[in-house]
Design a protein around this ligand. Structure first.
Ligand SMILES: Nc1ncnc2c1ncn2[C@@H]1O[C@H](COP(=O)(O)OP(=O)(O)OP(=O)(O)O)[C@@H](O)[C@H]1O
Length: 588
């Protein structure tokens, strides 16, 4: 009855008649009759077919059928696609991202790109593509595809689709350099391989990795965690990659046997993983290279990494964006063939005020020179105060965690070994300590001969070069100049061995005078700072004596809202509050 009622209503509204149509006579037992809608239904259809609305209704039904078909088709395609393909993502900042970008470059996938970033900076030529046959064009500008549009290509007969997603750093590690993404989001490349065979995907990734290793054979790869390209909390850590030509270990001038012993030790460690497992000892090894700036610590690590085929993951604790969380994330994202290098490890330890003053006041000399050199080598800028945001416990956690799953080498450098905590220096964390010193006479001599080898200076009899080298070494006072300083001098005499040996004495005197002058100025500033502190303390004492417990206007304590009598009251009551720490700077 309800259905027949509705059909009756519909018929009425279509025909304009208010009286319901008479149902046709039907044989008793007929199905339409038993449902009670036969007459109304037939009459409604008849009315529909006789009106425009009827055509619309048919169209509606047809459209619905098409839509249902389309959705069904799409659903089947998706199901088929899901089963027939595998999709993976490579996240920027992860080493595998670089492998895949290299593969895309070598497979000429960029050919279908219509969007590039062009730069004249000579930073990374590995992932760029030739803009023209003219090699000059390539030498002077880089063309880096963005891969923003999906690209389809064939790899070993399989169809592969790639697309870059997210991120504001462009398409590859080199791009971050141009875009300058402070605190931005890391991008990713998603790759879909159309096949039922899961092995194809792992073969593809392995192919990309091997190509990457192959292209970098003449280089040592250095991953840097640096502030310019770091992707904020929780983001990727090793975002900048540098490819340096491998340095021959023999070019590092150290006392006899030091380099060989380090190399053998590291080799043995890498080859004895099973021994560590059987002995139940964590498979990790830590080296601390300590000594004055410019003595060759970092150069040694780079050369060792090249000889051992390891990639370097380097960060400096002097960088103000490195805190416990960042350090933990960075250390745990190093792949198996990675070597963790922590520069300036002393920065994790509080510095005595006098030492801190010395550093802040130095403003030049060997420290400043070494900082400048680090920058030139692609290193990281140092903060003015060397106190790091990393805590000792954060650092120890990371060192204890490094290589706990797989054997990893850990290297640390410092100019101030006496500031390091005994907890860090114990075996198991630091297994070997290697001391570097300012240049000795044999080092000065060897350095000279490296600059003027007889093979290149055939016009000079070998004995003459040897004599000049000895003359040079004699003029250099032992333990007063770093190898880096001597190297700087010799660079000015690339083709003039006689002038270099003859001119070094005068240069030494000039530098000594400069250093004395700089030391005198530093001592003056130190004296002024001490006097200022003394005046402030006297002022506080007077104010306290007068019952005024407020901090002197303009003082640090006033700025931080610390009442002046705070320390005195503590001393009286025998309590002690730890030094006030703000933003990683300690005020003790
Ligand atoms: N012993 C050395 N043998 C060869 N080259 C050296 C040596 N020491 C320093 N140099 C040269 O001096 C420059 C700076 O050296 P390096 O950065 O390795 O010094 P460092 O000890 O690590 O300094 P810092 O403590 O400031 O990091 C490099 O170009 C390197 O080639």
């Amino acid at each position: 009855m309800p259905l027949s009622y509705f059909f009756n209503r519909l018929h009425g509204s279509l025909t304009g008649s208010s009286a319901p149509p008479q149902p046709p006579k039907q044989a008793p037992g007929h199905i339409a009759s038993s449902l009670g809608l036969g007459a109304s239904f037939a009459a409604t259809l008849g009315a529909l077919s006789s009106t425009n609305l009827g055509s619309s209704f048919k169209l509606l039904v047809l459209g619905s059928l098409v839509e249902v078909g389309r959705r069904l088709f799409k659903w089947m395609i998706e199901r088929f696609g899901l089963q027939y393909s595998t999709t993976v993502r490579f996240i920027q900042g992860d080493p595998a991202y670089e492998w895949i970008v290299l593969l895309l470059t070598q497979e000429n996938v960029w050919r279908r790109s219509r969007e590039f970033i062009v730069s004249a900076r000579n930073s990374q030529r590995k992932w760029t593509v030739p803009a023209a046959a003219d090699t000059n064009a390539k030498a002077n500008a880089e063309f880096v595809p963005t891969y923003k549009q999906p690209h389809l290509f064939r790899w070993r007969g399989y169809w592969v689709e790639i697309k870059r997603q997210g991120g504001n750093a462009g398409s590859n590690p080199a791009m971050a350099y141009y875009v300058g993404n402070h605190g931005g989001e890391a991008g990713s490349i998603s790759m879909t391989v159309y096949t039922l065979d899961m092995n194809v995907l792992s073969d593809l990734v392995e192919d990309a990795r091997l190509r990457y290793l192959d292209i970098n054979r003449p280089n040592v790869v250095i991953h840097l965690a640096d502030p310019q390209h770091h992707f904020g909390p929780g983001g990727a850590t090793w975002t900048t990659v540098k490819h340096k030509t491998r340095r021959d270990l023999n070019s590092i001038i150290l006392p006899d046997g030091v380099l060989d012993s380090m190399l053998n030790d590291a080799r043995e460690f890498l080859n004895t993983e099973n021994w560590y497992i059987e002995a139940g000892i964590p498979h990790r090894r830590g080296y601390l290279l300590h000594g004055p700036p410019g003595a060759g610590k970092t150069s040694t690590i780079y050369a060792l990494a090249g000889a051992l085929n390891l990639e370097i993951y380097s960060l400096s604790l002097a960088s103000n964006f490195v805190d416990d969380g960042f350090l933990q994330r960075a250390a745990s994202s190093i792949p198996k063939n990675g070597l963790l290098l922590i520069e300036d490890i002393d920065c994790a330890f509080p510095v005595a005020r006098e030492d801190d003053e010395d550093e802040d006041l130095s403003g030049g000399g060997a420290d400043a020179m070494s900082a400048a050199m680090r920058m030139m080598q692609g290193g990281q800028p140092q903060r003015r105060s060397r106190q790091s945001a990393v805590t000792l416990s954060g650092l120890l956690n990371v060192i204890d965690g490094v290589g706990s799953e797989e054997g990893k080498l850990f290297f640390a450098t410092t100019n101030y070994i006496d500031r390091l905590d005994a907890a860090l220096l114990r075996p198991g964390r630091i297994d070997r300590k290697i001391e570097y010193s300012l240049a000795t006479a044999p080092q000065a001599r060897a350095l000279y001969l490296r600059f003027f080898p007889s093979a290149r200076f055939a016009a000079f009899p070998e004995t003459q070069l040897e004599e000049l080298a000895s003359e040079f070494a004699k003029s250099v006072p032992e333990g007063e100049f770093s190898t880096a300083e001597l190297q700087g001098f010799l660079q000015g005499y690339k083709t003039r061995p006689v002038d270099a040996a003859g001119g070094v004495g005068e240069w030494i005197e000039g530098v000594k005078t400069e250093k004395r002058e700089a030391e005198r100025r530093r001592e003056e500033r130190r004296e002024k700072a001490r006097a200022k502190r003394q005046r402030a303390m006297n002022g506080n004492a007077n104010a306290n004596a007068n019952g005024n417990v407020g901090a002197p206007p303009g003082s640090l304590a006033a700025a931080l809202g610390v009442p002046n009598g705070h320390q005195d009251l503590e001393e009286e009551s025998g309590t002690h509050t730890p030094p006030l720490k703000t933003n990683g700077f300690t005020f003790g």
